[in-house]
Design a protein around this ligand. Structure first.
Ligand code: ADP
Length: 467
């Protein structure tokens, strides 16, 4: 739209410049014609005064009066000549000056043939008047011509402006404003509670882009809503499992009946403990998500050696799954970061628990810590089912449960979302690399404490190979 708008404005500006130029030329021509008419009129007046002086001079016998009229005659003829513009007029003026000069000389000398010379002088002055009048007529005709040109130019300009305004109005209505109105209507309907409404991606580029952005946002919200619905269903489902297990376990001890033997009692309590832990984790994930969404995550930041957190997180899972071999790899120097240790432990616990959950065939789960480019880099690698490329794009979004094991493995689809938000709250980042059927590596990067000693080589501990 910007380009079209600039083109329209440039068109109007060129039209304005053209009109100003044309009217400048017309005004100059009209002024010229006007000036020529005025000069001719003035010259005619001078020539007629000269004719009167000539007449008075010829009639008068008083030497003083004659002298005075001789002087005025000369002055009128000189003035008339000064006002003239064309060769023809100058020639007529010179002829008049010569004829009058000859008459005056003859009259001063008392020479014969004064009457003829007077006649000639009259005729020459009359011819000068005629030439002047002819010139004035020509100037008037030219002025009239320019006037007509000005009228035609003015009407053409007015018509062009009306046409251009009409085209501009039509363009604004159909190309610029209608898409804007449509978009605003779509926004209003969406805001009014119609989640299915989408804007047409038409019109000028900027408006089409806004419509595209709106549609993307509406799609994302729709996806999120679907995710939330699926999430509620999965939470209900996941809550039902441990609750059913708890009810079944409780049913093994009938009210009022004898207590089962100790071995069965111990097994039942073990089931209760496991299911309660599961419920607790789910509730913690839900609570964390609610707090993160509300921006209420409280951080108790302190200087921590990350090696301790990695070791502690691994210890938590030791012995929980006999099919998995847990390995840690940490450098032999401290890796200090400023962080909330409980939150980073939670991040590691989520990643380790996923690594175990999503490698049902067992295998190695390796937690590696190293320092690279001024950052602490933690990697959690497994040899599990992997994550498809399509799923990798969305697993950090809330309520995203993906992969073939999603119904077989308990979860809320919130763990990785919590991980990402907690790591980002520490000014860090988290990324995933994976090969389906081979394994997955999650990489968490955290800024090193600014007072951490610089190492000769920061890449001391090698990263595990990509799966
Ligand atoms: P949950 O585990 O509760 O489903 P998460 O947010 O922790 O939710 O993980 C989201 C999805 O990412 C999981 O449903 C799973 O499909 C996939 N995923 C996470 N970690 C792994 C992993 N280590 N290996 C394979 N898939 C994984």
């Amino acid at each position: 739209m910007q380009a079209s708008l600039i083109a329209v404005l440039a068109g109007f500006a060129s039209l304005g410049v053209l009109a100003a130029g044309a009217f400048g030329v017309i005004t100059a021509a009209l002024q010229g014609a006007n000036g020529a008419i005025l000069a001719s009129a003035e010259s005619v007046r001078e020539a007629e005064e000269a004719a009167i002086d000539l007449l008075v001079h010829a009639r008068s016998r008083d030497a003083l009066v004659r002298m005075d009229h001789e002087r005025r005659l000369a002055s009128h003829l000189v003035d008339a000549d000064r006002l003239l513009a064309t060769q023809e007029e100058h020639a007529a003026a010179h002829e008049a000056v010569d004829a009058v000069g000859e008459y005056l000389l003859a009259s001063r000398m008392g020479a014969p043939g004064i009457e003829e010379r007077l006649e000639r002088a009259y005729a020459a002055v009359g011819a000068l008047v005629d030439v002047n009048i002819a010139h004035a007529r020509a100037a008037r005709a030219s002025a009239a011509r320019w006037q007509r040109i000005a009228n035609v130019a003015g009407i053409s300009l007015a018509l062009t402006l009306v046409l251009a305004s009409g085209v501009l109005g039509w363009w604004l209505k159909t190309r610029a404003l209608r898409p804007v109105l449509e978009l605003s209507d779509a926004l209003a309907r969406f805001g009014g509670g119609d989640p299915l409404v989408r804007a047409r991606e038409v019109g000028p580029e900027e408006v089409a882009r806004m419509a595209r952005d709106f549609n993307r946002m509406a799609d994302a919200l729709a996806r999120q809503r679907q995710g939330q619905a699926a999430f509620l269903a999965s939470v209900a489902h996941d809550l039902r499992n441990p609750i059913s297990a708890l009810k079944l376990t409780a049913a093994a001890v009938p009210p009022g009946g004898p207590l089962p033997p100790e071995v069965r009692m111990r097994r039942a309590f073990e089931v209760v403990r496991r299911q309660a832990t599961k419920l607790e984790r789910m509730l913690n994930d839900l609570l964390d998500t609610a707090r993160i969404e509300a921006g209420e995550v409280e951080m108790r930041v302190e200087r921590v050696d990350l090696r301790e957190l990695v070791r502690a997180a691994l210890e938590l899972f030791e012995g929980t799954s006999p099919g998995h071999r847990l390995v840690s790899e940490v450098p032999d120097h401290p890796v200090p970061v400023y962080c909330d240790p409980l939150r980073i432990e939670q991040v590691l616990a989520n990643l380790l628990s996923n690594a175990i959950k999503y490698s049902p065939a067992g295998g190695e789960v390796r937690a590696t810590l190293r320092v690279a480019s001024g950052e602490a880099v933690i990697q959690v690698a497994d040899q599990g089912i992997g994550i498809s490329e399509r799923d990798r794009a969305t697993i950090f979004e809330p309520f995203r449960r993906t992969g073939s094991l999603r119904s077989a493995v308990a979860g809320t689809g919130l763990g990785l979302y919590v991980v990402r938000r907690l790591v980002e709250a520490h000014a860090g980042s988290v990324a995933v690399a994976s090969l389906e059927g081979t394994g997955t590596i999650f990489t968490v990067r955290l800024p090193l404490a600014h007072d951490a000693p610089r190492l000769a080589s920061e890449n001391e501990s090698a990263a595990p190979a990509a799966p």
